[in-house]
Design a protein around this ligand. Structure first.
Ligand code: FES
Length: 221
């Protein structure tokens, strides 16, 4: 996803997978983050560590326009500042209590998180519609081998299967307990009908099995 030398955008999730009032864990190259959407529909990305005692904020909950920690209930606004400490309801939390936040964009049905300071906008996905995301227990090289083509500089793989175009948008790979895993966002041509969408989903499942087999057998080129 590198777009320049000072930063890049990572596609961490599909917009539809984060309804208003929810928080999920997402992954960037630096590790896990808490990705959340306020009740009003604003998207935000925070470090996945509560400044109080280190609880994962992705295990927390969204109330109104704030993300609350599941442990002692400290709440953080969109900009990361602490807005409420339940044990001290009359206290205005000092400005110094805040969680690290990341720039985030919700565009073309994909949520992108900035790593560093990108000088340009996230990749334009005109003519494409997100279908689904899936996690592949393999690195990018194994996915590229299964697809038969390398990803371009933006991490996009474009292939044709069953006469239909299929696009895979690769997120960064992370180390997991069982090896390396990569989140793949699947995109189809805008206007695709149910049969094409079902076929695309089946094709990407096949591709996942191939990549995971390749990875498990250590045959990655
Ligand atoms: S650890 Fe988060 S509020 Fe205490």
């Amino acid at each position: 996803m590198r777009s320049d030398t000072t930063g890049f955008w990572t596609p961490v999730a599909l917009s539809a997978d984060i309804p208003s009032g929810t928080v999920i864990p997402a992954h960037v190259s630096a590790g896990t983050i808490a990705l959340w959407r306020s009740q009003a529909g604003q998207i935000a990305a925070s470090a996945d560590r509560c400044p109080h005692r280190g609880m994962s904020l992705s295990h927390g909950f969204v109330r109104g326009e704030a993300l609350s920690c599941i442990y002692h209930g400290w709440s953080y606004g969109m900009s990361g500042h602490c807005v409420r400490i339940p044990a001290h309801p009359s206290l205005t939390p000092p400005e110094t209590i805040r969680v690290v936040t990341h720039a985030v964009r919700d565009t073309s049905g994909v949520v992108w998180v900035a790593e560093g300071t990108p000088a340009s906008d996230p990749l334009s996905l005109d003519g494409l519609t997100p279908l689904r995301s899936l996690t592949v227990e393999a690195d990018r090289a194994a996915i590229e081998a299964a697809a038969g083509v390398p990803a371009n500089a933006d991490g996009l793989i474009e292939i044709a299967r069953d006469g239909e175009d299929l696009c895979l948008l690769l997120s960064g790979s992370q180390q997991s307990q069982t090896g390396v895993r990569t989140v793949v966002h699947v995109l189809v041509a805008t206007g695709s009908q149910a049969p094409q969408r079902i076929a695309a989903s089946r094709n990407v499942e096949r591709l996942r099995r191939m990549a995971e087999t390749t990875s498990a057998e250590g045959n990655v080129p």
